[in-house]
Design a protein around this ligand. Structure first.
Ligand SMILES: Cc1cc2nc3c(=O)[nH]c(=O)nc-3n(C[C@H](O)[C@H](O)[C@H](O)COP(=O)(O)OP(=O)(O)OC[C@H]3O[C@@H](n4cnc5c(N)ncnc54)[C@H](O)[C@@H]3O)c2cc1C
Length: 402
């Protein structure tokens, strides 16, 4: 480990490795370092399928070391403090590292503490989640052993990562319950803090038809605020059309919980965070160039960025070339010209073998990759999600080829 690097990358998840792989082809790898204590790298999109028993969760896990580009230093520590005024970061053990340029790719934080009772109930009392790797098996077990009753699937306020996942697991659960002959004795609810089932109207319309077909009750502006695991009760803050809010209790037999999400504390408490508005706490970057608004030698990628997109790995696939091009321009005093259009994609699994591939950019602009009606459930898109995308991830994106 050196005390100074030309480019320091914080986080070795989807975003960090994607940019490291690209930069290692353009710069001398020894000028680069990645800081991340995690020994494992996860392809998180598979957790939805693993939670329903379609794919073993181990398929989503690899050793981090296999994806650090050769020659790049991997500092296996956490980042404890960001000091951008001094072009410096401090690690958990108190080491100080300086940089010429920095890319922040620290992902996001699951804010379990915002739902009292949830974290301690996970894996028991009918409470499950696919948002934690170590809860994925337990989720499958709970869905398979469900013997009927009330099953609730929650969706917190956005932004969250993969805003489609909270309902994908519900559709797969519905299928498991049907196959096990318990669906007729069950009531399913999708309780979302949002005003609609999905943020982009054309997909919201298609998904509303899916929940109607599956006889799932859609509860909008229902925000989960606490769980009483022992008594299997959940409290929701319900906002009426008039704007009036009240708290309502719902008894459940099974509840799939998605927690609210925030930027990692090290970012939200730093000078790099957005100070006001919708993106408060997230990394303050220009939504097109992904360059920091105050510190031009800092760029951001992925879930940590305070941009009004939908946080997904698919978004990162489009952000990585933009960040790398703009960073190289900044290094050579050229204009910052590459633009990210807000692209994100969510393969909305509506049952095993069927997917609506939602692709859109800023302001909900449709950005389909294929010349077909994007709001239709398709078998071809299932093959893309289940088989092709994981391969493209491990062998393309993380190698800087896609
Ligand atoms: C259930 C689920 C389903 C999903 N489905 C899809 C999908 O279908 N399609 C899709 O495109 N996306 C999907 N996603 C979202 C996608 O996985 C994420 O958007 C993407 O992985 C974000 O990448 P990132 O690099 O921003 O963060 P991450 O990949 O989470 O990486 C962040 C890294 O930062 C490290 N880190 C954190 N704090 C520190 C610190 N203080 N110091 C050092 N390192 C630190 C972590 O160890 C981690 O390695 C899904 C996610 C989930 C959970």
């Amino acid at each position: 480990m050196n005390a100074h690097y030309k480019v320091l990358i914080l986080g070795a998840g989807t975003g960090g490795i994607s940019v490291a792989a690209r930069l290692a082809k353009k710069l001398s790898p020894t000028d680069l370092a990645i800081i991340d204590p995690a020994q494992k790298h996860y392809y998180q999109p598979l957790w939805t399928l693993s939670g329903a028993g379609v794919v073993p969760k181990q398929e989503s896990e690899r050793n981090q070391i296999d994806f650090i580009p050769p020659g790049v230093d991997w500092i296996q520590e956490g980042v404890a403090r960001l000091i951008p005024q001094a072009n410096e970061v401090e690690t958990d053990s108190g080491k100080k590292i300086t940089y010429d340029f920095m890319i922040v790719a620290l992902g996001l934080r699951l804010a379990w503490e915002k739902i009292p009772g949830a974290k301690e109930s996970l894996g028991k009392n009918g409470v499950c989640t696919i948002y934690e790797y170590d809860q994925v098996d337990k989720t499958e077990e709970m869905l398979r052993s469900f013997s009927g009753g009330t099953a609730v699937f929650t969706m917190p306020p956005v932004p969250i990562k993969c805003a489609g996942a909270p309902q994908k697991i519900m559709y797969l659960a519905d299928e498991i319950f049907r196959n096990n002959g318990v669906r007729n004795q069950s009531k399913l609810f999708f309780a979302t803090a949002g005003k609609a089932i999905f943020g982009v109207p054309v997909f919201a319309e298609a998904l509303t038809k899916v929940v109607q077909r599956k006889k799932i009750d859609l509860l909008t502006q229902y925000q989960l605020i606490s769980i009483d695991g022992l008594n299997k009760k959940a409290v929701f803050r319900v906002t009426e059309a008039s704007g009036q809010a009240s708290d309502q209790e719902l008894k459940y037999d099974l509840i799939h919980v998605v927690p609210p999400m925030t930027a990692p504390t090290v970012v939200s408490e730093s000078e790099l965070a957005e100070k006001e508005g919708d993106q408060k706490g997230w990394l303050s970057v220009d939504k097109f160039t992904l360059q920091h608004k105050l510190f031009p030698n800092v760029f951001g990628i992925g879930d940590v960025t305070g941009v009004p997109n939908s946080k997904t790995g698919a978004a990162i696939r489009k952000q990585a070339p933009v960040v790398v091009e703009n960073l190289l321009s900044a290094m050579t005093q050229k204009p910052i010209a590459a633009h990210y259009d807000g692209y994100s994609s969510c393969p909305l699994v509506t049952e095993v073998g069927k997917v609506i591939l939602a692709e859109f950019g800023y302001d909900g602009k449709l950005l389909p990759s294929f010349p077909v009606n994007p709001a239709k459930e398709r078998r071809s898109m299932w093959f893309l999600k289940r088989y092709l995308l994981p391969k493209l991830y491990w062998y393309g994106m993380l190698r800087g080829l896609l």
